[in-house]
Design a protein around this ligand. Sequence first.
Ligand code: SAM
Ligand code: SF4
Ligand code: SF4
Length: 300
Amino acid sequence: MKLSSFLHFASFGIKTVLLRKKEPILGTVIVTDKCNLHCKHCSVNNITAVVHPYEKVRKEMQTLYDLGVRILFFCGGETFLWRDGEKTLRDLVIEAKQMGFLIVNVVTNGTFPIDLPEADLILLSLDGDRERHNTIRGNTYDTILHNISKATADNICFYMAINQINKDCVDHVCRLARDTKNVRAVSFNFHTPYPDTKELALSREEKKACCDTISRMMDEGCPVFNLKSAFPYLIENKFPTPCHQCLVIEDGKISTCGRCIEVPGLCEQCGYFFVAEYTLLFRGNVKIILEMLKTYLKYI
Ligand SMILES: C[S@@+](CC[C@H](N)C(=O)[O-])C[C@H]1O[C@@H](n2cnc3c(N)ncnc32)[C@H](O)[C@@H]1O
Ligand code: SF4
Ligand code: SF4
């Protein structure tokens, strides 16, 4: 990370903690909800299947920038399905950097060729070993690993949503992150139980077992882009929600934290690690602050 970016985030953090501010720093643009997959745990694909036009997406990026967002995510649906005429996702990433976003990340299912060296991180969903991943995501595991091997930069970070199907694959994905070319780390979430996927949620004991495994893997030298100090809060679902420093914009509509904020009762069962990590950070949790400094400087 550049020193100027680090100083911006440090000053934002200090102001937010000391003055209890609620201004945003992290934003997500949903470029489409269209998707080529129908994963078992996902409730947000192909609801409209509209691919938003370039001008609209650009305006949404500018809106987030003007609100103070400096860490930008492009997400979907399948993000790599986005295009408008000659413009591709890569153009959006380059434009976001030119606009002044300090960190620009993309979330993808990894089924399309990966040529996005300008992105700081490509969060690529991998949901277990071949058997469990394919059970959740269809027959895509081998295609994804092939695309990773051919990627044009080493900016990939696995992204695993842990649920009832793949809860025993945490160590597999950690080791694969350590041993696979072009992969820098792995980042986890627990399944967030939307009304149509409640049966995939983990119990408190199952979350604890997963966190114990992740900690053990970190001790073994596996690159995990999460904060150990947030695990106790994630296990008990005892972290503040929603994240006021996070915004998402989809089809012109801005929501605080996630699209899921509209689902009644979901925030109390939130499994998104970034929510725990950011809300605890901005409450001034000292262990989280120190671990975040160490982790972010290592992986971005
Ligand atoms: C909605 S997808 C969009 C980007 C891309 N299509 C992908 O699969 O990475 C973003 C991430 O959300 C995760 N996800 C979907 N539904 C979830 C849920 N109910 N709880 C936790 N994570 C979920 C997916 O596994 C994926 O890692
Ligand atoms: S690939 Fe992503 S958006 Fe598509 S169904 Fe799976 S999790 Fe949902
Ligand atoms: S806290 Fe609520 S809005 Fe935020 S990600 Fe979790 S469920 Fe969604």
